[in-house]
Ligand binder design. Structure first.
Ligand code: ADE
Length: 241
């Protein structure tokens, strides 16, 4: 997969050199480039922002550097999907991560300040699909942290990026339930015991216990997710839990 990220703080994306994503870049599974938006300015001060039309607080990102930067994505026959982090975007979910992991080219436009001039989105939409997305109902200073999260959520679904693909199956949000609690050795730690069923070696009982824990935890922490479950996916024991 190819990924292009545009930002006025390219250093913010440095963690994408680390861990499994860094390895995927080095092995060629992920072709990720971070571009400095200021490279697409032509004045002495490399200006990327200006006062909002109509007045008000803060600054707005100017359209010209963005148009030039995004234009570089539309030079060949192929086009990326342009993802724009914004608190007013569509909520980012695991389903969206799965969908994006199927694509072969993604681009991200990181806004700062009060946002990017709206005409940039209209112009970009004439060149490629544009999808504004939000990490959640809170406000960050810019899109960079949101891009770190989305690149990680998407890249780990690309075959080969995670060594143990099985670990993807029972994760939170893959089937609408949260994950079960996990334990490791020692069996007793600070007078707290690993649940006995996990030490029993009885596979069917362990599976049942894990499913029950997932249902209980989801009901307690995320009742909104329980309401969204397809009743057809619940068995008799589930209903009792
Ligand atoms: N930029 C600022 N706040 C954001 C949020 N909540 N999600 C995505 N991008 C953002």
């Amino acid at each position: 997969m190819r990924i292009d990220v545009f930002s006025i703080f390219p250093e913010y994306l440095a963690p994408l050199d680390l861990s499994l994503i860094g390895k995927a870049r080095r092995t060629g599974l992920l072709d990720l480039t971070v571009h400095d938006l200021r490279e697409f300015t032509h004045d002495r001060h490399r200006t990327v922002d200006d006062a909002p039309a109509g007045g008000g607080a803060g600054m707005v990102m100017k359209p010209e550097p963005w148009a030039e930067a995004l234009g570089t994505l539309a030079e060949g026959p192929r086009r990326p999907t342009l993802l724009v982090p914004s608190p007013s975007g569509q909520p980012f979910t695991q389903a969206m991560a799965r969908e994006l992991a199927q694509q072969d080219w993604l681009a991200f436009a990181c806004g700062r300040y009060e946002g990017i001039d709206e005409r940039v989105y209209e112009h970009a939409a004439t060149l490629m699909p544009v999808r504004p997305f939000s990490l959640g109902d809170y406000v960050l200073n810019g899109g960079e942290v949101a891009v770190l999260a989305v690149v990680e959520a998407v890249a780990r679904l690309i075959p080969g990026v995670i060594g143990n693909a099985e670990s993807l199956v029972e994760e939170s949000h893959e089937d609408g339930l949260l994950e079960y609690p996990v334990y490791t050795k020692p069996a007793v730690w600070q007078d707290r015991e690993v649940p006995a069923v996990l030490m029993s070696g009885h596979h069917a009982q362990i599976e049942r216990w894990r499913r029950d824990e997932r249902l209980r935890r989801t009901a307690r922490r995320r009742p909104d997710l329980i309401l969204k479950l397809d009743p057809g996916t619940l068995d008799k024991v589930d209903r009792a839990v």
